[in-house]
Design a protein around this ligand. Sequence first.
Ligand code: FES
Length: 109
Amino acid sequence: MKEFTVGNSQDQVISLFPERVIKRVALGEKILGVMRVGMEFYAFENSCPHRGASLLQANINGQGEIICPLHQYRFDLKTGQVKAGYCRDLEVFPAILTEDGLKITVPDS
Ligand code: FES
């Protein structure tokens, strides 16, 4: 596991991530989508597990699910579990806001 820090203060991170806007974040070899809802952050793989569409243009519904723009498969933002569709789960990563920035943990690849 590798921990990355995005930004260097809580305020900076909040201004970097407008609420409910998916941002592209490169951490080492991995490209993630990262989104903020209130003070909660969600980090997930950038490509849909179905056919690889970019999730940067995905929508979020009221059930906390991310909806792929290509075939509308849905995934739980917290767990990555596929909720509608036939593919593996979305890979999600712990993302925690601290005084020193946003800490995101990714597995070693
Ligand atoms: S590529 Fe995402 S649902 Fe098909």
